[in-house]
Design a binder for this molecule. Sequence first.
Ligand code: FBP
Length: 528
Amino acid sequence: MRSPLENFRLQSPLHLPDQLHHFATLGERVGEKTESQGDKEAMQARFPKTYGQPCIEFEPGKRESHASLRVGVVLSGGQAPGGHNVILGLFQALKELHGESHLYGFEGGPAGVVEGNFSELTLEVLEGYRNMGGFDLLGSGRTKIETQEQLEAAKKHVEALELDGLVVIGGDDSNTNAALLAEYFLGHGCKTKVVGVPKTIDGDLKNTYVEQPFGFDTACRVYAEMIGNIARDALSAKKYTHFIRLMGRSASHITLECALQTQPNVTLIGEEVAAKGWTLTAITDYLAAVIRKRAEAGKKYGVILLPEGLIEFIPEMRLLITELNSLKVSGNNIEALSREGKATFESLPESIQRQLFYDRDPHGNVQVSHIATEQLLSHLIAKQCSDFHPVHHFFGYEGRSAMPSNFDATYCYALGFAAAGLIDGGHSGYMGVVRHLAEAVEKWEIAGIPLTMLMNLEERKGRLKPVIQKTLVDLECEPFRYLEAHRKEWEIEDHYRSPGPIQFVGPPHLCDATTLTLKLEQSPSLCT
Ligand code: FBP
């Protein structure tokens, strides 16, 4: 039986930007030729058919008729709130273009495209997922499509279904898959156009053209609510120091946004740690100093935020992890480590040593995102601070499948239209985007950007591969500067801020606004 809120959200109408009220009549404006982020010649050689395509903008036009379309869709990578609404938007847009259009969902992520697992999606089915979190309509997966066999198998299935388009909803890896599929299909006489949609709670698939991937807003709101509650509890009980590790495989965008939302006593940003070369000792000394200073002020409590990816930004930990990965060190054979690696390893608590040795992924690599960095830090701090009572938290999966905020619900619906518009225009190797996200929904506009424009070559397992660049936190950006300007004050004074639960109904400034990160980046005056 559904909850009252689920029933309410299932019936809540989805809004569209003004531009999309006349979607089927939109015309296109084609921009200049584009370049990749780097390795231009090598990228051009690897993507002879799709490299350098122009950006596509949509504008009011006079188009009247469209052919029916057959389109497939796949959810890829980690869950992110709003994925179901992208599919709903895509379905709605295809039907507006032509009532006889069909949408097929590939199941279990990219593997579903390679293995040909699909079912037709009808409005009746989709309506049961409107505004719902999770990816359970189709499931998801992290299969990389890169071998000739996989590409050929995918081609066989999209051709059997006579697909005009395939929409890949995913993050950097998934959109790299989309770019490879687009190039392969075009180069092998397959008519299926491939279009990506930017998803990831991590927030690291963003740039001048992708203002914010979907899911980031909702996930940060869920975490910020919990952090706000914990801060209130700390302030009330006055006896615990809370260490809160936040998801984000590599980049610290989630931690930065949550810090802006909740104003904790200390926020560690992985990118800053790397830029300043802070060692584990330097971080421990800094945290211990703040904890002691607070204790002297009668505050034996506090809230500390750290990102999941922190551990890999700490120089000596990065070295140790690299050695463990490349040596495939196992059991208790630490003799294979370098002198530095061994010294770092021996300084770690036993629980972390065990994680480093035994918690490996299928390729034998250390599962960095599973390492309890919050416990490691509090263990080291305890050696310097007496009367210190840490409580540990990890917030990650709690936010990935939450009911999408109004922002993500609407954004995703519009992204579905962007993907449909690109396929209808015959564009392949593109990402559908929505622009002006910090403004009111009415002003948002859809566009298409070529995937190769987001790519460069990076080393993966010893070989150079074309990939979409992850965007890390820029230490010169407004959001980080804001944190920098306020963090000293937040260390000792308690300026905790409680954003509270996600609101679906009420005044727009409570319900529809998006992240402080985006507002600070686009329009700092909106943050007052
Ligand atoms: P995507 O990049 O695919 O969106 O996934 C991000 C993420 O949620 C990370 O924040 C986290 O480290 C990782 O997925 C966890 O993945 P898994 O689901 O395999 O545990």
